[in-house]
Design a protein around this ligand. Structure first.
Ligand code: ADP
Length: 506
Protein backbone atom coordinates (compact mmCIF):
# COMPACT_ATOMS: atom_id res chain seq x y z
CA UNK A 1 0.00 0.00 0.00
CA UNK A 2 2.80 2.40 1.03
CA UNK A 3 4.76 1.46 -2.06
CA UNK A 4 1.76 2.14 -4.26
CA UNK A 5 1.19 5.51 -2.59
CA UNK A 6 4.87 6.49 -2.95
CA UNK A 7 4.88 5.43 -6.59
CA UNK A 8 1.70 7.45 -7.23
CA UNK A 9 3.32 10.56 -5.73
CA UNK A 10 6.47 10.11 -7.80
CA UNK A 11 4.44 9.74 -11.01
CA UNK A 12 2.31 12.72 -10.06
CA UNK A 13 5.41 14.88 -9.46
CA UNK A 14 7.03 13.89 -12.74
CA UNK A 15 3.79 14.29 -14.66
CA UNK A 16 3.00 17.70 -13.17
CA UNK A 17 6.33 19.41 -12.85
CA UNK A 18 8.44 18.10 -15.73
CA UNK A 19 8.04 18.98 -19.34
CA UNK A 20 8.16 15.38 -20.70
CA UNK A 21 6.03 15.24 -23.75
CA UNK A 22 4.87 11.71 -23.19
CA UNK A 23 2.00 9.94 -21.38
CA UNK A 24 3.76 9.61 -18.02
CA UNK A 25 0.35 9.15 -16.39
CA UNK A 26 0.13 5.74 -18.07
CA UNK A 27 2.54 4.59 -15.35
CA UNK A 28 -0.34 4.92 -12.87
CA UNK A 29 -1.33 1.41 -14.02
CA UNK A 30 1.63 0.18 -11.93
CA UNK A 31 0.03 1.77 -8.88
CA UNK A 32 -3.29 0.07 -9.68
CA UNK A 33 -1.56 -3.29 -10.24
CA UNK A 34 0.19 -2.94 -6.86
CA UNK A 35 -3.15 -2.14 -5.23
CA UNK A 36 -4.65 -5.17 -7.00
CA UNK A 37 -2.20 -7.44 -5.20
CA UNK A 38 -3.93 -6.55 -1.96
CA UNK A 39 -6.89 -8.61 -3.24
CA UNK A 40 -9.66 -6.13 -2.56
CA UNK A 41 -11.97 -4.72 -5.18
CA UNK A 42 -12.53 -1.63 -3.03
CA UNK A 43 -8.80 -0.83 -2.87
CA UNK A 44 -8.48 -1.33 -6.64
CA UNK A 45 -11.39 1.06 -7.28
CA UNK A 46 -9.98 3.64 -4.82
CA UNK A 47 -6.48 3.41 -6.33
CA UNK A 48 -7.97 3.77 -9.80
CA UNK A 49 -10.01 6.84 -8.78
CA UNK A 50 -7.01 8.47 -7.05
CA UNK A 51 -4.76 7.82 -10.06
CA UNK A 52 -7.38 9.23 -12.46
CA UNK A 53 -7.75 12.32 -10.26
CA UNK A 54 -3.97 12.77 -10.12
CA UNK A 55 -3.81 12.42 -13.89
CA UNK A 56 -6.45 15.10 -14.44
CA UNK A 57 -4.93 17.45 -11.78
CA UNK A 58 -1.48 17.11 -13.40
CA UNK A 59 -3.01 17.89 -16.79
CA UNK A 60 -4.82 20.95 -15.49
CA UNK A 61 -1.73 22.29 -13.71
CA UNK A 62 0.74 21.72 -16.54
CA UNK A 63 -1.59 22.64 -19.42
CA UNK A 64 -3.74 25.37 -17.88
CA UNK A 65 -2.37 28.05 -20.17
CA UNK A 66 -1.41 26.07 -23.28
CA UNK A 67 -4.24 23.72 -24.06
CA UNK A 68 -3.03 21.49 -26.89
CA UNK A 69 -4.55 18.49 -28.66
CA UNK A 70 -1.49 16.23 -28.18
CA UNK A 71 -1.59 16.68 -24.40
CA UNK A 72 -5.35 16.03 -24.35
CA UNK A 73 -4.86 12.81 -26.30
CA UNK A 74 -2.14 11.71 -23.86
CA UNK A 75 -4.57 12.45 -21.01
CA UNK A 76 -7.30 10.37 -22.62
CA UNK A 77 -4.83 7.57 -23.39
CA UNK A 78 -3.66 7.48 -19.76
CA UNK A 79 -7.22 7.47 -18.47
CA UNK A 80 -8.14 4.65 -20.90
CA UNK A 81 -5.15 2.63 -19.69
CA UNK A 82 -6.31 3.27 -16.12
CA UNK A 83 -9.85 2.08 -16.87
CA UNK A 84 -8.77 -1.05 -18.77
CA UNK A 85 -6.29 -2.01 -16.05
CA UNK A 86 -8.88 -1.39 -13.35
CA UNK A 87 -11.48 -3.55 -15.13
CA UNK A 88 -9.02 -6.40 -15.66
CA UNK A 89 -7.86 -6.23 -12.07
CA UNK A 90 -11.40 -6.12 -10.74
CA UNK A 91 -12.17 -9.26 -12.67
CA UNK A 92 -9.00 -10.98 -11.43
CA UNK A 93 -9.68 -9.96 -7.84
CA UNK A 94 -13.27 -11.27 -8.22
CA UNK A 95 -12.04 -14.59 -9.61
CA UNK A 96 -9.49 -14.91 -6.82
CA UNK A 97 -12.13 -14.16 -4.21
CA UNK A 98 -14.43 -16.81 -5.71
CA UNK A 99 -11.54 -19.27 -5.77
CA UNK A 100 -10.70 -18.48 -2.17
CA UNK A 101 -14.32 -18.87 -1.20
CA UNK A 102 -14.58 -22.25 -2.90
CA UNK A 103 -11.30 -23.37 -1.36
CA UNK A 104 -12.57 -22.27 2.00
CA UNK A 105 -15.80 -24.20 1.48
CA UNK A 106 -13.88 -27.27 0.38
CA UNK A 107 -11.59 -26.99 3.43
CA UNK A 108 -14.53 -26.64 5.76
CA UNK A 109 -16.23 -29.66 4.23
CA UNK A 110 -12.97 -31.61 4.22
CA UNK A 111 -12.19 -30.85 7.84
CA UNK A 112 -15.65 -31.22 9.31
CA UNK A 113 -16.94 -34.18 7.33
CA UNK A 114 -17.95 -37.13 9.52
CA UNK A 115 -16.30 -39.38 6.95
CA UNK A 116 -12.52 -39.75 7.19
CA UNK A 117 -10.67 -38.45 4.14
CA UNK A 118 -7.09 -39.24 3.24
CA UNK A 119 -5.29 -37.56 0.37
CA UNK A 120 -2.68 -39.81 -1.14
CA UNK A 121 0.11 -39.42 -3.62
CA UNK A 122 -0.31 -42.22 -6.12
CA UNK A 123 2.13 -40.97 -8.74
CA UNK A 124 4.67 -43.71 -8.11
CA UNK A 125 2.03 -46.46 -8.09
CA UNK A 126 0.58 -45.21 -11.37
CA UNK A 127 4.01 -44.98 -12.99
CA UNK A 128 4.86 -48.49 -11.83
CA UNK A 129 1.57 -49.92 -13.10
CA UNK A 130 2.03 -48.20 -16.44
CA UNK A 131 5.51 -49.65 -16.87
CA UNK A 132 4.26 -53.13 -15.90
CA UNK A 133 1.51 -52.83 -18.51
CA UNK A 134 3.95 -51.59 -21.11
CA UNK A 135 6.18 -54.57 -20.45
CA UNK A 136 3.34 -56.75 -21.78
CA UNK A 137 1.94 -58.05 -18.48
CA UNK A 138 -1.84 -58.52 -18.59
CA UNK A 139 -2.55 -60.44 -15.36
CA UNK A 140 -1.41 -58.15 -12.57
CA UNK A 141 -2.68 -60.42 -9.79
CA UNK A 142 -0.50 -63.23 -11.06
CA UNK A 143 2.40 -60.83 -11.55
CA UNK A 144 2.09 -59.63 -7.93
CA UNK A 145 1.96 -63.24 -6.74
CA UNK A 146 5.16 -63.93 -8.68
CA UNK A 147 6.82 -60.81 -7.20
CA UNK A 148 5.88 -61.02 -3.54
CA UNK A 149 7.63 -57.84 -2.40
CA UNK A 150 6.13 -55.58 -5.05
CA UNK A 151 2.75 -54.94 -3.45
CA UNK A 152 4.51 -53.95 -0.20
CA UNK A 153 6.87 -51.64 -2.07
CA UNK A 154 3.93 -49.98 -3.77
CA UNK A 155 2.13 -49.64 -0.43
CA UNK A 156 5.21 -47.95 0.98
CA UNK A 157 5.42 -45.62 -2.00
CA UNK A 158 1.97 -44.12 -1.39
CA UNK A 159 2.50 -40.99 0.69
CA UNK A 160 -0.35 -39.53 2.67
CA UNK A 161 -0.49 -35.83 1.87
CA UNK A 162 -3.49 -34.65 3.85
CA UNK A 163 -6.12 -35.96 6.22
CA UNK A 164 -9.13 -34.49 7.95
CA UNK A 165 -9.99 -34.40 11.64
CA UNK A 166 -12.23 -37.47 11.40
CA UNK A 167 -9.30 -39.46 10.01
CA UNK A 168 -7.12 -38.34 12.90
CA UNK A 169 -9.75 -39.36 15.42
CA UNK A 170 -10.37 -42.67 13.66
CA UNK A 171 -6.71 -43.61 13.67
CA UNK A 172 -5.98 -42.23 17.13
CA UNK A 173 -3.29 -39.87 15.86
CA UNK A 174 -3.06 -36.43 17.49
CA UNK A 175 -1.60 -34.31 14.69
CA UNK A 176 -1.60 -34.24 10.92
CA UNK A 177 2.19 -34.11 10.75
CA UNK A 178 2.39 -37.53 12.39
CA UNK A 179 -0.05 -38.83 9.84
CA UNK A 180 1.92 -37.80 6.81
CA UNK A 181 3.77 -41.04 6.40
CA UNK A 182 3.28 -43.91 4.06
CA UNK A 183 0.03 -45.82 3.52
CA UNK A 184 1.93 -48.93 4.50
CA UNK A 185 1.99 -47.80 8.15
CA UNK A 186 -1.78 -48.11 8.34
CA UNK A 187 -2.46 -51.32 6.46
CA UNK A 188 -2.36 -54.64 8.26
CA UNK A 189 0.43 -56.97 7.13
CA UNK A 190 -1.96 -59.41 5.52
CA UNK A 191 -4.15 -57.04 3.60
CA UNK A 192 -5.71 -58.23 0.37
CA UNK A 193 -7.60 -54.97 -0.19
CA UNK A 194 -4.61 -53.10 -1.57
CA UNK A 195 -3.87 -55.81 -4.13
CA UNK A 196 -7.52 -55.74 -5.24
CA UNK A 197 -7.23 -52.00 -5.55
CA UNK A 198 -4.06 -52.28 -7.67
CA UNK A 199 -5.70 -54.84 -9.92
CA UNK A 200 -8.77 -52.63 -10.37
CA UNK A 201 -6.56 -49.67 -11.21
CA UNK A 202 -4.48 -51.77 -13.58
CA UNK A 203 -7.63 -52.88 -15.36
CA UNK A 204 -8.60 -49.26 -15.94
CA UNK A 205 -11.25 -48.88 -13.25
CA UNK A 206 -11.46 -45.30 -12.05
CA UNK A 207 -13.77 -45.83 -9.09
CA UNK A 208 -12.88 -48.34 -6.45
CA UNK A 209 -14.87 -49.31 -3.36
CA UNK A 210 -14.12 -52.07 -0.92
CA UNK A 211 -14.47 -53.24 2.66
CA UNK A 212 -11.12 -53.75 4.30
CA UNK A 213 -9.27 -53.02 7.54
CA UNK A 214 -6.76 -50.43 8.69
CA UNK A 215 -4.53 -50.52 11.72
CA UNK A 216 -4.87 -47.64 14.18
CA UNK A 217 -1.98 -46.11 16.11
CA UNK A 218 -2.63 -48.43 19.08
CA UNK A 219 -2.63 -51.49 16.82
CA UNK A 220 -6.40 -51.93 16.75
CA UNK A 221 -7.78 -53.31 13.49
CA UNK A 222 -10.63 -51.14 12.28
CA UNK A 223 -13.07 -52.44 9.67
CA UNK A 224 -13.62 -49.74 7.05
CA UNK A 225 -15.37 -49.06 3.79
CA UNK A 226 -13.03 -47.21 1.47
CA UNK A 227 -13.93 -45.42 -1.75
CA UNK A 228 -11.33 -43.95 -4.12
CA UNK A 229 -11.95 -42.15 -7.37
CA UNK A 230 -9.27 -41.39 -9.96
CA UNK A 231 -9.72 -38.47 -12.35
CA UNK A 232 -10.35 -39.60 -15.93
CA UNK A 233 -7.72 -37.27 -17.38
CA UNK A 234 -5.03 -38.83 -15.17
CA UNK A 235 -4.21 -35.53 -13.46
CA UNK A 236 -3.93 -34.80 -9.75
CA UNK A 237 -2.36 -38.15 -8.93
CA UNK A 238 -0.50 -36.53 -6.06
CA UNK A 239 -3.77 -35.67 -4.32
CA UNK A 240 -6.08 -38.62 -4.76
CA UNK A 241 -8.72 -38.68 -2.07
CA UNK A 242 -9.89 -41.77 -0.32
CA UNK A 243 -13.07 -41.50 1.74
CA UNK A 244 -13.24 -43.92 4.60
CA UNK A 245 -16.25 -44.94 6.67
CA UNK A 246 -15.67 -46.64 10.00
CA UNK A 247 -17.69 -49.84 9.92
CA UNK A 248 -17.00 -50.83 13.55
CA UNK A 249 -20.40 -49.77 14.84
CA UNK A 250 -22.17 -51.28 11.88
CA UNK A 251 -20.35 -54.56 12.42
CA UNK A 252 -21.14 -54.46 16.14
CA UNK A 253 -24.77 -53.73 15.29
CA UNK A 254 -24.84 -56.62 12.85
CA UNK A 255 -23.25 -58.92 15.42
CA UNK A 256 -25.75 -57.79 18.05
CA UNK A 257 -28.57 -58.33 15.58
CA UNK A 258 -27.30 -61.80 14.76
CA UNK A 259 -26.87 -62.61 18.46
CA UNK A 260 -30.41 -61.50 19.28
CA UNK A 261 -31.75 -63.40 16.27
CA UNK A 262 -30.04 -66.52 17.55
CA UNK A 263 -31.28 -65.85 21.07
CA UNK A 264 -34.80 -65.43 19.75
CA UNK A 265 -34.51 -68.61 17.75
CA UNK A 266 -33.23 -70.44 20.81
CA UNK A 267 -35.95 -68.97 22.98
CA UNK A 268 -38.73 -69.91 20.59
CA UNK A 269 -37.18 -73.32 20.13
CA UNK A 270 -36.96 -73.73 23.89
CA UNK A 271 -40.58 -72.60 24.18
CA UNK A 272 -41.61 -75.08 21.52
CA UNK A 273 -39.58 -77.82 23.15
CA UNK A 274 -41.18 -77.02 26.50
CA UNK A 275 -44.59 -76.92 24.92
CA UNK A 276 -44.23 -80.16 23.05
CA UNK A 277 -42.39 -82.09 25.75
CA UNK A 278 -45.15 -81.16 28.15
CA UNK A 279 -47.66 -82.21 25.54
CA UNK A 280 -46.05 -85.66 25.45
CA UNK A 281 -47.06 -86.09 29.08
CA UNK A 282 -50.53 -84.79 28.25
CA UNK A 283 -51.05 -87.11 25.33
CA UNK A 284 -49.65 -90.26 26.95
CA UNK A 285 -51.71 -89.73 30.05
CA UNK A 286 -54.74 -91.34 28.48
CA UNK A 287 -52.99 -94.52 27.27
CA UNK A 288 -51.26 -94.76 30.66
CA UNK A 289 -54.54 -94.77 32.53
CA UNK A 290 -55.86 -97.27 30.00
CA UNK A 291 -52.83 -99.49 30.69
CA UNK A 292 -53.44 -99.18 34.41
CA UNK A 293 -57.11 -100.16 33.99
CA UNK A 294 -56.18 -103.15 31.79
CA UNK A 295 -53.47 -104.35 34.18
CA UNK A 296 -55.84 -104.06 37.14
CA UNK A 297 -58.53 -105.94 35.22
CA UNK A 298 -56.01 -108.60 34.17
CA UNK A 299 -54.89 -109.00 37.79
CA UNK A 300 -58.50 -109.42 38.88
CA UNK A 301 -59.11 -112.12 36.20
CA UNK A 302 -56.01 -113.96 37.42
CA UNK A 303 -57.04 -113.64 41.09
CA UNK A 304 -60.24 -115.53 40.35
CA UNK A 305 -60.53 -119.14 41.27
CA UNK A 306 -60.07 -120.65 38.86
CA UNK A 307 -58.19 -117.80 37.09
CA UNK A 308 -59.79 -116.66 33.82
CA UNK A 309 -56.73 -116.88 31.63
CA UNK A 310 -58.38 -115.83 28.36
CA UNK A 311 -59.89 -112.64 29.88
CA UNK A 312 -56.56 -111.87 31.54
CA UNK A 313 -54.78 -112.32 28.17
CA UNK A 314 -57.31 -110.03 26.48
CA UNK A 315 -56.74 -107.39 29.16
CA UNK A 316 -52.98 -107.67 28.73
CA UNK A 317 -53.35 -107.40 24.95
CA UNK A 318 -55.36 -104.20 25.45
CA UNK A 319 -52.59 -102.95 27.73
CA UNK A 320 -49.99 -103.78 25.08
CA UNK A 321 -52.02 -101.92 22.40
CA UNK A 322 -52.33 -98.86 24.65
CA UNK A 323 -48.58 -99.03 25.35
CA UNK A 324 -47.86 -99.09 21.63
CA UNK A 325 -50.17 -96.13 21.10
CA UNK A 326 -48.40 -94.16 23.83
CA UNK A 327 -45.00 -95.05 22.40
CA UNK A 328 -46.14 -93.96 18.95
CA UNK A 329 -47.35 -90.63 20.27
CA UNK A 330 -44.04 -90.00 22.03
CA UNK A 331 -42.07 -91.00 18.94
CA UNK A 332 -44.00 -88.75 16.60
CA UNK A 333 -44.10 -85.74 18.88
CA UNK A 334 -40.37 -86.04 19.45
CA UNK A 335 -39.89 -85.79 15.74
CA UNK A 336 -41.31 -82.30 15.89
CA UNK A 337 -38.50 -81.32 18.25
CA UNK A 338 -35.59 -82.83 16.47
CA UNK A 339 -34.08 -81.90 13.18
CA UNK A 340 -35.25 -85.15 11.66
CA UNK A 341 -38.50 -84.61 9.86
CA UNK A 342 -41.64 -86.32 10.94
CA UNK A 343 -42.85 -89.11 8.72
CA UNK A 344 -44.18 -87.69 5.54
CA UNK A 345 -46.57 -89.60 3.34
CA UNK A 346 -49.40 -88.82 1.00
CA UNK A 347 -52.54 -88.92 3.09
CA UNK A 348 -56.20 -88.71 2.42
CA UNK A 349 -57.48 -86.04 4.76
CA UNK A 350 -60.94 -87.54 4.92
CA UNK A 351 -59.48 -90.92 5.82
CA UNK A 352 -57.40 -89.48 8.67
CA UNK A 353 -60.42 -87.54 9.93
CA UNK A 354 -62.60 -90.64 9.80
CA UNK A 355 -59.98 -92.64 11.66
CA UNK A 356 -59.68 -90.00 14.40
CA UNK A 357 -63.46 -89.88 14.76
CA UNK A 358 -63.60 -93.65 15.01
CA UNK A 359 -60.98 -93.64 17.76
CA UNK A 360 -63.13 -91.21 19.73
CA UNK A 361 -66.43 -92.89 18.91
CA UNK A 362 -66.84 -94.70 22.22
CA UNK A 363 -66.14 -91.53 24.20
CA UNK A 364 -68.56 -89.53 22.04
CA UNK A 365 -71.25 -92.12 22.66
CA UNK A 366 -70.65 -92.09 26.40
CA UNK A 367 -70.84 -88.29 26.43
CA UNK A 368 -74.09 -88.38 24.46
CA UNK A 369 -72.64 -86.45 21.54
CA UNK A 370 -74.15 -86.99 18.13
CA UNK A 371 -71.36 -87.09 15.54
CA UNK A 372 -72.08 -85.86 12.02
CA UNK A 373 -69.34 -86.57 9.52
CA UNK A 374 -69.61 -84.46 6.41
CA UNK A 375 -66.40 -85.31 4.63
CA UNK A 376 -66.52 -83.53 1.30
CA UNK A 377 -62.94 -83.86 0.15
CA UNK A 378 -62.45 -87.49 -0.81
CA UNK A 379 -59.88 -86.51 -3.40
CA UNK A 380 -58.01 -84.15 -1.08
CA UNK A 381 -54.52 -85.38 -0.45
CA UNK A 382 -51.86 -83.84 1.72
CA UNK A 383 -48.30 -84.76 2.50
CA UNK A 384 -47.86 -85.25 6.21
CA UNK A 385 -47.61 -87.42 9.29
CA UNK A 386 -50.73 -89.45 9.90
CA UNK A 387 -50.24 -90.01 13.63
CA UNK A 388 -49.52 -86.34 14.33
CA UNK A 389 -52.56 -85.18 12.37
CA UNK A 390 -54.67 -87.79 14.09
CA UNK A 391 -53.44 -86.50 17.44
CA UNK A 392 -54.48 -82.97 16.50
CA UNK A 393 -57.95 -84.10 15.36
CA UNK A 394 -58.43 -86.27 18.46
CA UNK A 395 -57.48 -83.36 20.67
CA UNK A 396 -60.02 -81.09 18.99
CA UNK A 397 -62.75 -83.72 19.35
CA UNK A 398 -61.84 -84.21 23.03
CA UNK A 399 -62.10 -80.45 23.61
CA UNK A 400 -65.48 -80.40 21.87
CA UNK A 401 -66.73 -83.23 24.14
CA UNK A 402 -65.52 -81.30 27.19
CA UNK A 403 -67.17 -78.08 25.96
CA UNK A 404 -70.49 -79.87 25.59
CA UNK A 405 -70.51 -81.29 29.11
CA UNK A 406 -72.40 -78.26 30.35
CA UNK A 407 -75.13 -78.27 27.72
CA UNK A 408 -78.30 -80.40 27.63
CA UNK A 409 -77.75 -84.03 26.57
CA UNK A 410 -80.18 -83.86 23.65
CA UNK A 411 -78.47 -80.92 22.05
CA UNK A 412 -74.91 -82.24 22.07
CA UNK A 413 -73.64 -82.54 18.53
CA UNK A 414 -70.32 -82.39 16.76
CA UNK A 415 -70.14 -81.83 13.05
CA UNK A 416 -66.84 -82.57 11.27
CA UNK A 417 -66.59 -81.12 7.76
CA UNK A 418 -63.93 -81.16 5.11
CA UNK A 419 -63.79 -79.52 1.71
CA UNK A 420 -61.25 -78.65 -0.87
CA UNK A 421 -60.95 -75.34 -2.66
CA UNK A 422 -58.33 -73.55 -4.70
CA UNK A 423 -56.50 -72.47 -1.53
CA UNK A 424 -56.17 -76.00 -0.19
CA UNK A 425 -58.12 -78.07 2.28
CA UNK A 426 -60.42 -76.72 4.96
CA UNK A 427 -61.40 -78.88 7.91
CA UNK A 428 -63.99 -77.65 10.42
CA UNK A 429 -65.15 -79.03 13.76
CA UNK A 430 -68.45 -77.42 14.83
CA UNK A 431 -69.63 -78.27 18.33
CA UNK A 432 -72.74 -77.21 20.24
CA UNK A 433 -70.87 -76.60 23.46
CA UNK A 434 -70.48 -73.61 25.72
CA UNK A 435 -68.35 -71.69 23.22
CA UNK A 436 -65.46 -69.44 24.14
CA UNK A 437 -67.43 -66.73 25.91
CA UNK A 438 -65.40 -63.55 25.90
CA UNK A 439 -62.02 -65.31 25.92
CA UNK A 440 -59.74 -64.20 23.12
CA UNK A 441 -59.15 -67.35 21.02
CA UNK A 442 -55.49 -66.51 20.53
CA UNK A 443 -54.77 -66.88 24.25
CA UNK A 444 -56.12 -70.44 24.24
CA UNK A 445 -53.38 -71.50 21.84
CA UNK A 446 -50.74 -70.46 24.33
CA UNK A 447 -49.32 -73.38 26.30
CA UNK A 448 -50.75 -74.00 29.79
CA UNK A 449 -53.83 -71.91 29.08
CA UNK A 450 -56.78 -73.88 30.30
CA UNK A 451 -60.23 -73.27 31.75
CA UNK A 452 -60.59 -76.86 32.88
CA UNK A 453 -59.99 -78.03 36.44
CA UNK A 454 -57.80 -80.91 35.32
CA UNK A 455 -56.70 -79.39 32.04
CA UNK A 456 -53.07 -78.85 31.10
CA UNK A 457 -53.66 -76.25 28.40
CA UNK A 458 -51.40 -77.97 25.93
CA UNK A 459 -53.76 -79.56 23.45
CA UNK A 460 -54.35 -76.50 21.26
CA UNK A 461 -50.68 -75.49 21.44
CA UNK A 462 -49.79 -78.91 20.16
CA UNK A 463 -52.48 -78.73 17.46
CA UNK A 464 -50.98 -75.45 16.29
CA UNK A 465 -47.46 -76.92 16.23
CA UNK A 466 -48.71 -79.86 14.22
CA UNK A 467 -50.65 -77.80 11.69
CA UNK A 468 -47.73 -75.42 11.31
CA UNK A 469 -45.42 -78.37 10.77
CA UNK A 470 -47.75 -79.24 7.90
CA UNK A 471 -47.58 -75.67 6.53
CA UNK A 472 -51.13 -75.03 7.62
CA UNK A 473 -52.91 -72.95 10.24
CA UNK A 474 -55.58 -73.39 12.86
CA UNK A 475 -58.16 -71.06 14.33
CA UNK A 476 -60.82 -71.27 17.03
CA UNK A 477 -63.87 -69.02 17.28
CA UNK A 478 -67.45 -68.87 18.43
CA UNK A 479 -70.07 -70.06 15.99
CA UNK A 480 -71.99 -67.28 14.26
CA UNK A 481 -75.28 -68.62 15.67
CA UNK A 482 -73.74 -68.52 19.18
CA UNK A 483 -74.36 -72.23 19.68
CA UNK A 484 -70.84 -73.40 20.34
CA UNK A 485 -67.38 -73.13 18.84
CA UNK A 486 -65.70 -73.83 15.52
CA UNK A 487 -62.19 -75.06 15.08
CA UNK A 488 -60.94 -74.56 11.54
CA UNK A 489 -57.77 -76.05 10.11
CA UNK A 490 -56.41 -75.14 6.71
CA UNK A 491 -53.84 -77.35 5.06
CA UNK A 492 -52.19 -77.07 1.66
CA UNK A 493 -53.23 -79.85 -0.68
CA UNK A 494 -50.53 -81.98 -2.22
CA UNK A 495 -51.99 -83.54 -5.34
CA UNK A 496 -55.58 -83.85 -6.42
CA UNK A 497 -55.57 -87.43 -7.62
CA UNK A 498 -56.81 -89.83 -5.01
CA UNK A 499 -55.00 -92.70 -6.70
CA UNK A 500 -51.64 -91.41 -5.57
CA UNK A 501 -52.65 -91.31 -1.92
CA UNK A 502 -51.49 -93.95 0.47
CA UNK A 503 -54.43 -96.24 1.08
CA UNK A 504 -55.74 -95.76 4.58
CA UNK A 505 -58.17 -97.74 6.58
CA UNK A 506 -60.81 -95.53 8.10
P1 ADP B 1 -56.95 -78.25 27.84
O1 ADP B 1 -57.90 -79.10 27.05
O2 ADP B 1 -55.99 -79.02 28.65
O3 ADP B 1 -57.61 -77.13 28.60
P2 ADP B 1 -56.33 -77.10 25.29
O4 ADP B 1 -55.15 -76.33 24.83
O5 ADP B 1 -56.73 -78.23 24.43
O6 ADP B 1 -56.02 -77.52 26.75
O7 ADP B 1 -57.53 -76.08 25.37
C1 ADP B 1 -57.35 -74.83 25.98
C2 ADP B 1 -58.66 -74.21 26.33
O8 ADP B 1 -59.34 -73.83 25.13
C3 ADP B 1 -59.62 -75.10 27.04
O9 ADP B 1 -59.36 -75.13 28.44
C4 ADP B 1 -60.95 -74.45 26.72
O10 ADP B 1 -61.22 -73.41 27.61
C5 ADP B 1 -60.74 -73.85 25.37
N1 ADP B 1 -61.36 -74.65 24.30
C6 ADP B 1 -60.75 -75.49 23.48
N2 ADP B 1 -61.62 -76.04 22.61
C7 ADP B 1 -62.82 -75.52 22.90
C8 ADP B 1 -64.15 -75.69 22.37
N3 ADP B 1 -64.42 -76.52 21.37
N4 ADP B 1 -65.15 -74.98 22.95
C9 ADP B 1 -64.92 -74.13 23.96
N5 ADP B 1 -63.68 -73.92 24.50
C10 ADP B 1 -62.67 -74.61 23.99
Amino acid sequence: MALAAALALVIFTIDTFTMLASAVAVLYVLVIVLAGDLGSKRIVRTASAVCATFTVISFLISHANDWETQATLRLLFSLAANIVTTLLLLRRVGDEAALKESEHRYRTIFETLAIAIWENDFRHVMAELTSIRESGITDLRQYLADHPGLACDLRRSVRITDVNQTALTLMGIPSKQEFFTSLDDFLPDRDGGFVNFLVALFEGQRDFQSETTVRSRDGRLIPILVAISFPKDGTGLDRIQASIVDMTERHQFQEALEASRQELEQASRAAMIGEISASIAHEVNQPLSAIMTCVQAGTRWLDRTPPDISEARAALQDAAAATEHAAQVVRRVRMLLGKSKSESAKLSVDAVLGEAAQLKQKELLTAGVELQLSLGAPAAVIRGDKILLQQAFINIITNAIHAMETVRDDSRSLRVESRQDKDGIAIRFLDSGAGLGMTAPETLFKPFNTTKVNGMGLGLAMCRSITMAHSGNISLRNRDDGKGAIVEIRLPSHVDEMETAEPLTA
